[in-house]
Design a protein. Structure first.
Length: 50
């Protein structure tokens, strides 16, 4: 998802599309953070349930 945003930020010359591209980049970074948090919670749950 962030790759799409980076491509859009580089390839476009329109101001509105450039702002949307930066929004997609930040959304992709946020999704990675949420995914990492979910993985850490799952690992912690497995360790305590044994």
């Amino acid at each position: 998802m962030s790759g799409l945003g980076i491509f859009g930020a580089i390839a476009t010359q329109f101001s509105a599309l450039n702002e949307i591209s930066f929004g997609i980049i930040s959304l992709g970074i946020g999704f990675v953070g949420v995914l990492k948090s979910g993985i850490e919670m799952a690992e912690h749950h497995q360790k305590t349930s044994e």
